[in-house]
Design a protein. Structure first.
Length: 325
């Protein structure tokens, strides 16, 4: 029996669950393209466990990819032992490098691949770049779909690196369970982050390139700004790291573990995930409605109504009422 098109996602998902990376890569490509096929993949992932998602964002060149590469190494040791759950193994993990700027994921991601090369041969680490190729709703829909898929194939942890600090990057990064904002001790870096809206979404700050001058000043500026933002039950710590030399990255992973425990114990993880899901449903609805509107506008009836308004026999709102009825 030859498999029908509708069997394809389920078959690929089974293969990906069994560890076939090519099947996983194909499924992610389907999600990037969007459309009916992507919907079938999303449906096949129904009920799958969610991975823990760590977003890593910050200006280009801050050292996100280098830091991510080092984080992989520390994460492979499992979640820290403290807390009610005790030590938990992380038997495999995925890294998604998300690039909203280039629809065909160009040079930036290639450089990232090189900087994450120390895990290239580790079969329990899956590294993939993701760009939205015509996915209706763009990356804001493709990323959650990809995360659900990675959970469905058994990834307990996903690190999501975004390339820059645009609005889309902030949106993607803040859709993580723990959002890490990477800054460097350069003049005005904290100010830039504040402008990009990064201070509000940060759960942890990392001052990377702490081997450079100006770390104390950068910390002072940042802490002053963080103190001004709304106080919650979690106070975002400011950590220092030299990713290049793997300094401070173990403390960073420990802090991610502490934040995760805080979210679980306070019940905030469930609350956050629910509101994220609500936002996703809203975006799907918006995309669907937009598609319907575009179809109306392209139709003959729409043109007739424009003519009617032009001729003075109908007002614009009345015309739209007719379209909606
Ligand atoms: N001096 C110094 N350079 C670093 C450090 N971490 C990364 N870099 C360098 O900064 C550059 C940009 O790093 P990359 O990880 O690609 O940054 P990304 O664009 O944020 O992903 C590379 O040349 C890295 O080698 C660090 O801790 N100290
Ligand atoms: Mg990078």
């Amino acid at each position: 029996v030859s498999p029908s098109a509708s069997d394809e996602p389920a078959r690929l998902l089974d293969a990906a669950r069994a560890g076939e990376r090519r099947a996983l890569a194909r499924l992610l490509s389907v999600l990037e393209r969007g459309g009916a096929e992507a919907r079938a993949v999303a449906a096949a992932c129904t009920g799958a466990p969610a991975p823990y998602v760590v977003g890593i964002t910050g200006a280009p060149g801050a050292g996100k990819s280098t830091l991510t590469d080092r984080l992989i190494g520390h994460a492979r040791g499992g979640w820290p032992a403290e807390g009610p759950e005790g030590a938990q193994a992380i038997d495999q993990l995925a890294v998604l490098a998300v690039d909203p700027s280039s629809p065909l994921s160009g040079g930036a991601i290639l450089g990232d691949r090189v900087r994450m090369a120390s895990h290239a041969t580790d079969p329990s680490v899956y590294i993939r770049s993701l760009a939205a190729r015509g996915h209706l709703g763009g990356l804001s829909l493709a990323v959650p779909d990809a995360l659900r898929l990675l959970g469905a194939v058994g990834m307990p942890l996903v690190l999501v690196e975004t390339v820059g600090v645009g609005q889309m990057e902030v949106e993607v990064a803040s859709a993580a369970d723990t959002t890490v904002v990477v800054l460097t001790p350069g003049w005005g870096d904290a100010m830039q982050a504040a402008k990009a809206g990064l201070l509000e979404v940060a759960d942890l700050f990392v001052l990377n390139k702490a081997d450079r001058l100006g770390v104390a000043e950068a910390r002072r500026d940042l802490e002053a700004m963080v103190a001004l933002s709304a106080p919650g039950s979690w106070h975002p710590p400011v950590l220092e790291a030299v990713a290049l030399e793997d300094r401070g990255v173990d403390q960073l992973f420990e802090a991610v573990g502490r934040h995760r425990r805080h979210l679980v114990e306070s019940g905030e993880l469930a609350v956050r995930r629910r509101s994220r899901l609500a936002a996703q449903l809203r975006r799907i609805l918006l995309a669907a409605v937009t598609q319907q509107v575009d179809a109306q506008v392209a139709g003959e009836r729409f043109e007739h109504l424009v003519d009617a308004v032009l001729a003075g026999s109908l007002d614009p709102y009345g015309a739209v009422d007719q379209l909606l009825s």
